[in-house]
Design a protein around this ligand. Structure first.
Ligand SMILES: [Cu+2]
Length: 335
């Protein structure tokens, strides 16, 4: 009898070890792909925004150790009970019930664990809620079954982004069902506000590398934000079951330099928002050619007096303007 129990135990341990190695073997040592899922991976996608770093910390450093400890503790209790109080080992059970001390402990300890989690959870929620002053606003509208993107500051009216067909995706070497016909292009290192809404049914705008997911609800405008740290291509998708082609409405975000963003805006016949005074002087020094386009104020705030160069003076004298001054003069030199 005893050997049978030991046999089961070694079988269970063998199964667990096999499952663990199958789980980790495929992914743990493979390099995670940036901005898209990695085949065989089980961890969160690597983050490229401060919010995602915070979310990864919350998951990996707070939630995962706690849930692991609780699971192992409960498993230990179950095994202890099975071994110590089975019919053979404990033929005459005790008759007592209720133990005040242990009941206080098993009520209080979970409460304290939840309060501990809540401290970090609320901190993260506030970080998501407290958007810094945005440098750029884009509006994303979910349709059955594609996305529409609009750049109100740059006066780029809505354009449609569909799933890239499979043959074209293969030809370009991009992931099918993640690649889109039109990317959402944003400058790197800038706070991007995303206004999200739905036109027909509820969709959801989600980009895992940014740690961003928010519902796109008809008749309501939701708001989220991200600040991308590295240039690159980042993929997301609709995350609300919105109909038969729900799986075919990807989100493709290109994080580019200021100069590349300005070129993209020009290609869409948009106008760059009014730069801060430091930017204007820097670009004038660099080359005269960049000045007229930069001076073409397109911000809604300046719409009442578009020719007033003093109007943008109140706009963001933030640390971001320091990066602008360094980046701006280099841009025209490249041409
Ligand atoms: Cu959808």
């Amino acid at each position: 009898m005893k050997s049978g129990f030991q046999g089961m135990r070694s079988l269970a341990m063998g199964l667990a070890a096999g499952a663990m190695s199958a789980f980790w073997g495929a992914s743990a040592f493979a390099e995670d792909l940036m901005g898209q899922p990695t085949p065989g991976a089980i961890d969160l996608q690597p983050g490229v925004t401060p919010l995602k770093h915070d979310a990864i910390f919350f998951h990996n450093a707070i939630l995962l150790p706690i849930i692991t400890a609780i699971t192992l503790f409960v498993l230990g209790l179950l095994i202890y009970v099975m071994v110590k109080f089975n019919k053979r080992a404990n033929p005459v059970p005790a008759k007592w019930s209720h133990n005040t001390a242990i009941e206080v402990v098993w009520t209080l300890v979970p409460v304290l664990i939840l309060v501990f989690i809540a401290i970090f959870s609320f901190k993260l929620l506030f970080a998501y809620h407290d958007m810094p002053k945005p440098d750029l606003t884009v509006k994303a509208t979910g349709y059955q079954w594609y996305w529409g993107y609009e750049y109100p500051d740059q006066k780029i009216s809505e354009f449609v982004s569909n799933v890239l067909p499979e043959d074209k995706a293969k030809a370009k070497g991009v992931p099918y069902r993640l690649a889109a016909t039109e990317p959402l292009v944003v400058p790197v290192g800038k706070t991007v506000r995303v206004l999200v809404t739905g036109a027909d049914v509820i969709h959801a705008f989600a980009v895992p590398a940014f740690g961003v997911i928010i519902d796109a609800i008809p008749g309501r405008v939701n708001e989220t934000w991200f600040k991308i740290e590295k240039p690159g291509v980042y993929y997301g998708s609709c995350r609300e079951l919105c109909g038969v082609d729900h799986a075919f409405m990807p989100i493709e975000v290109h994080a580019v330099s200021d100069a590349e963003f300005a070129a993209w805006v020009a290609s869409k016949h948009g106008t760059m928002a009014a730069p801060t005074p430091t930017q204007v002087s820097a670009e004038v020094q660099g080359t005269g050619a960049a000045a007229p386009s930069a001076a073409a104020a397109g911000q809604p705030a300046a719409a009442t007096a578009p020719e007033n160069p003093a109007a943008p003076a109140g706009a963001t004298p933030s640390p971001t303007s320091a990066t602008n001054t360094t980046a701006a003069p280099q841009a025209p030199a490249a041409h």
